[in-house]
Design a protein around this ligand. Structure first.
Ligand code: SF4
Ligand code: FES
Length: 241
């Protein structure tokens, strides 16, 4: 490696399940982001490298990977800002690897869907006009609606590493997003799900999820708010008996 090159060290997994590392030298003036480095490799050095991406602007959430040991979106990680010319790129932790840097996101999305991330109404839904919402009511959940489902928070979460059944920070933040929406009437259904033993009580508030989230969603705080909602809900159930 010269001063004008980055060395990318990329973890690989082939279709036989064999794991190895490949090293590539990339001219610094050819790339800005880590994703551009990977695409440079694929286009110029090694066509067999598998990497998933789409928007290249931190919107689609598909380029999550471990970069120098931390989960990040590769498209918004500026190589020069990493402070090292040797850049290690590995698949996200806590996910099964399909090939190279491409992981299986199905369990993540299943958990997200299990949290009922949509507006639930108890009326017939026969509306003649839209359901009103003030700017202040929108602000209640705005931060939690910024999630791009990149799954990076789950890769950063120490509980998810030891308990694959834990619902996880993104899905829980998604639950809170809908529970805080004034148009929604489904809070009780979601709290029944997240108050279980694989829900909010599993979180130890290590805060790694919030630190890793590229969109400022703050899943750790979301889980604290959700736990408080759950406590109030359980108390209300007792007093209704
Ligand atoms: S909460 Fe943040 S890190 Fe987790 S999936 Fe959403 S955007 Fe990604
Ligand atoms: S490519 Fe869409 S978030 Fe990175």
């Amino acid at each position: 490696m010269t001063e004008t090159e980055y060395e990318f060290v990329v973890k690989r997994k082939n279709d036989k399940g064999e794991v190895s590392y490949s090293n590539y030298l990339i001219p610094k003036d050819k790339i800005s982001t880590v994703l551009e480095g990977l695409l440079y490799i694929r286009d110029n050095l090694d066509k067999t490298l598998s990497v998933r991406y789409s928007c290249r602007m931190e919107i689609c959430g598909s380029c999550g990977m471990e970069i120098n040991g931390k989960p990040k979106t590769a498209c918004s990680t500026i190589a020069a800002k990493l402070g090292k010319d040797r850049i290690t790129v590995e698949p996200l932790k806590h996910y099964d690897v399909i090939k190279d840097l491409v992981v299986d996101m199905d369990p993540f999305f299943t958990k997200y869907r299990d949290g009922l991330p949509f507006i639930i109404r108890e009326d017939e839904g026969d509306y003649t006009s839209e359901l009103p919402q003030t700017p202040d009511q929108f602000k209640e959940y705005e931060k939690y609606s910024m999630c791009i489902k990149c799954g990076i928070c789950l890769a950063a979460c120490p509980i998810a590493g030891s308990d694959p059944d834990y619902i996880g920070p993104a899905a829980l933040a998604g639950v809170l997003r809908y529970n805080l929406d004034n148009r929604d009437q489904g809070k009780k259904y979601r709290l029944e799900i997240v108050d279980g033993e694989e829900g909010t009580s599993r979180c130890h508030f290590a805060g790694e999820c919030t630190e890793a989230c590229p969109k400022g969603v703050d899943p750790s705080f979301a889980i604290q708010l959700l736990r408080a909602q759950g406590t109030r809900y359980e108390l209300a159930k007792i007093f209704r008996r």
